[in-house]
Design a protein around this ligand. Structure first.
Ligand SMILES: Cc1ncc(COP(=O)(O)O)c(C=O)c1O
Length: 402
């Protein structure tokens, strides 16, 4: 079938919530995607920071196929072996005490918010408690996650949202203090803001918020859905700061394309949730957990964290050169393999030129920022090739505006 026919069918059938590019991908291999016409694209988006191990990872495919032949689902009324294995591995790499598997990132955030509510309830603060969240944050599209997403464009059409949320400025401790009150029971934030434009927390800010939470017996909830799973050069970005949250969320790269997320907690946050408080039909089923357990094994075997540090440093140096050569680049931020270049103009034409003319998959974050979140297995030569195609696109799209 012709590409345009697929696109027409999709536009006819689906709710129009996405502005999709006119590309139909049919296959992936390593760090490349192939469209239904067989054309190869170098992928620096990884399905929005999901495909950490790239496409068509042999060991992962074998583990998934084996589990499909054995058992995909039983419900959480029973135990299953893959979820025990995936859960224990996740606790080991995070240093947390309890885990709950979800089907998506937003659901993992819902879990964090339920921990906060339950904790407030136990302390006699409910229903008048407050959660502090950050401006320009992104935590997902379900109503709870949307309530702590600091973006009025996403929030407004769905008001009223969950009450009791106050917003502070990310990386500004005084602004957190300004909205803090005796009702505050938790602070939620991304360790590195992703959708908001690739803003890593400063060490001072994260340590300051941790200290405030400790002083007032509030919970620190860190969303690691985008920046976690080695992307920052640490298994979880907070590990690079030496600041441990009470609870955290993970998803995206955990299943390398299989929809699975989790929330994890330690100490008082781990004991806040009690039998009957939460549940899910699919969450933590044998199929998704076989994938998650294998992903975690492969990370260890292939020393993915170390690899990200090395190739992430190389990406940093190469993007610094790009920033130095092109006046339309205003800023360069990030860590490991989650980096961003901020441009003077909206980057939509740049992304679309890179994709359609240079066969390079790039994604934006906000209006002016290109986000580099490639598969974590990329090599230095992939970075070189990406830079070549990126610069060709910058020259075609941005230079006339200088
Ligand atoms: C930091 C963060 N939290 C939560 C989410 C929501 O995850 P999902 O789209 O799997 O619901 C995202 C998705 O981009 C994210 O980047």
């Amino acid at each position: 079938m012709e590409k345009q026919q697929y696109i027409d069918r999709a536009e006819e059938a689906f709710y129009k919530v996405y502005n999709r590019f006119p590309v139909v991908f049919g296959r992936g291999e390593g760090v490349c995607l192939y469209d239904t016409d067989g054309q190869e694209y170098l992928d620096f988006g990884a399905g929005i920071a999901v495909m950490g191990l790239g496409y068509s990872c042999k060991e992962l495919k074998a583990a998934m196929k084996e589990q499909v032949d054995k058992l995909c689902h039983t419900s959480n009324l029973f135990y299953n072996v893959p979820s025990i294995e995936a859960g224990e591995k996740l606790l080991k790499v995070s240093g947390m005490e309890k885990v709950f598997f979800t089907n998506s990132g937003a659901e993992a955030v819902e879990g964090l918010l339920k921990i906060a509510k339950r904790y407030a309830f136990d302390r006699g603060m409910a229903p008048d408690y407050e959660v502090i969240a950050m401006r320009h944050s992104f935590h997902g599209r379900t109503l709870g996650a949307l309530s702590v997403t600091g973006n009025s464009h996403y929030q407004e059409p769905f008001a009223p949202l969950v009450p009791g949320v106050r917003f502070a400025v990310f990386n500004d401790l005084d602004s957190v203090k300004a909205v803090w009150s005796e009702k505050t029971c938790a602070v939620i934030m991304e360790t590195i803001q992703g959708e908001g434009g690739i803003y890593p927390a400063t060490g001072e800010f994260l340590a300051g918020v941790r200290a405030l939470c400790d002083e007032h017996h509030a919970l620190l909830l860190l969303d690691e859905i985008q920046c976690g799973m080695a992307r920052s050069g640490h298994m979880f970005a907070w590990q690079g700061y030496g600041v441990k949250p009470d609870a955290m969320s993970v998803a995206k790269a955990l299943g390398n394309g299989v929809p699975v997320g989790a929330f994890l907690a330690q100490g008082k946050a781990a004991s806040a949730i009690v039998p009957g408080d939460h549940g899910t039909t699919y969450g933590g089923n044998p199929f998704v957990c076989a994938a998650a357990a294998k992903v975690l094994d492969i990370y260890e075997e292939k020393k993915i964290v170390e690899h990200v540090r090395e190739v992430g440093g190389y990406l940093w140096d190469r993007l610094e050169e790009v920033a130095g050569r092109h006046g339309c680049v205003q800023a360069h931020r990030g860590k490991g393999l989650i980096q961003g270049l901020e441009f003077t103009d909206a980057v939509a034409p740049l992304v679309s030129h890179a994709l359609l003319k240079e066969k390079l998959v790039l994604i934006s974050a906000g209006k002016n920022i290109i986000r580099f979140v490639p598969p974590l297995i990329i090599k230095k030569q992939d970075v070189d090739e990406m830079v070549r195609r990126l610069e060709a696109s910058i020259e075609a799209v941005c230079m006339p505006n200088l």
